[in-house]
Design a protein around this ligand. Structure first.
Ligand SMILES: *[C@@H]1O[C@H](CO)[C@@H](O)[C@H](O)[C@H]1NC(C)=O
Length: 350
């Protein structure tokens, strides 16, 4: 027990110090880490707990016999990601599939050729923010609050067109600075459709297949872009599917993916327009969020009730779901705000 506690303290210290000075501490930590590996490999859970330590993979890798721990961690993280997606995200079978594959595949790859770039598309309230939060929490215990996760909202952080050059320099300096502290940094850009095209061009070099830029490798970083671009197209496809009497769950990625990139690309307002992100194939995955139906809204309400430790009262669930407005006018299938206002509406009933 004493040994365990010492080991924990050491590991914790190594995390802290690595965040401060990766190189010099890294050297000192290797010796300590190799002594710990044997112990830690029998406690993968313990080891995985320290996920807010950016460079853990590097320390363990350098000792050579860590593959067991590494694999145990990967399996556990994959499972946790799946469980969280299943528990919190509703009506998005395509999203679950793509995200699980993209994220676990990328994290497993010790030598990626470029950073992971995900582009999430869909109406508000369909779960884009939720998914980026779940991804962040899966990699860092602190989730969105982790020092290695950075979130930018176009209309908040880059609001004034006149300041575009200042934003560009700032954004590039932030990405460079943060990745040099932690190569596994996560950058989330919300409201991409309102982002100035010039700003997108400014981050483009970081997304490309370069081994290094000025001595820094960005290949382990993760970039997540959120936008409404393409949402109309996605809805149309889902609606056509529904009207032809098919099950929503039969909808496949190949029904959406090519159409989606074309829709995004051709949308002048989407912000992607001038940029060569898509042009140059810098986006690895387009992730389409389907519009949510009445039954999915009910699931959101139930989950929210559960999160607040209330009983899932069917009466309340139906009432909240019925308060949402549904489109198209004739059929009233999809909630126009998805699950977005569920939490606020629920306050009224509790
Ligand atoms: C990291 O990014 C944040 C913005 O999210 C910025 O305030 C900070 O200065 C950056 N850190 C470095 C070292 O560049």
């Amino acid at each position: 027990m004493k040994l365990m506690r010492a080991a924990l303290a050491l590991l914790f210290l190594s995390c802290l110090a690595q965040a401060v000075d990766p190189i010099s501490f890294g050297l000192a930590a290797v010796g300590a880490a190799s002594a710990l590996t044997g112990l830690l490999s029998s406690y993968p859970r313990l080891y995985c707990y320290f996920r807010d330590c950016c460079n853990h993979a590097r320390v363990l890798n350098s000792t050579g016999d860590s593959s067991h721990t590494q694999r145990a961690c990967e399996a556990e993280n994959r499972m946790a990601l799946q469980v969280n997606l299943d528990r919190k995200l509703f009506g998005q079978h395509l999203v679950k599939k793509v995200v699980l594959k993209a994220v676990t595949g990328f994290l497993k790859n010790q030598n990626p050729k470029k950073p992971l770039t995900l582009s999430l598309h869909g109406w508000t309230g369909t779960g884009k923010n939720l998914v980026s939060r779940i991804i962040a929490e899966n990699i860092y215990k602190g989730g969105l609050k982790s020092p290695y996760v950075h979130q930018f909202v176009s209309t908040l952080h880059f609001a004034h067109v006149v300041d575009i050059n200042k934003y560009k320099d700032q954004l590039q300096a932030w990405i460079r600075g943060n990745v040099s502290v932690c190569e596994r940094s996560i950058f989330i850009f919300d409201e991409m459709d309102k982002m100035h095209a010039g700003l997108i061009d400014a981050i483009k070099p970081f997304l490309d297949y370069y081994e290094q830029l000025d001595g820094i490798s960005y290949r382990k970083a993760i970039f997540i872009f959120l936008s409404n671009a393409g949402a109309e197209r996605i809805t149309q496809i889902a609606l056509d599917f529904w009207r032809s009497g098919k099950q929503r769950e039969e909808l496949q990625l190949k029904d959406l993916d090519p159409l989606l990139s074309v829709a995004v690309f051709n949308n002048k307002n989407s912000g992607f327009w001038h940029s060569s992100l898509i042009d140059k194939n810098l986006i690895d995955y387009f992730v389409p969020f389907l519009p949510l139906e009445y039954r999915h809204v009910k699931m959101c309400v139930a989950a929210e009730l559960q999160a607040r430790r209330y009983v899932a009262d069917p009466e309340i669930i139906s009432r909240v779901a019925e308060e949402m407005t549904y489109f198209p006018k004739a059929e009233k299938i999809y909630s126009d705000k998805g699950c977005k206002t569920v939490a606020a509406k629920l306050d009224f009933y509790l």
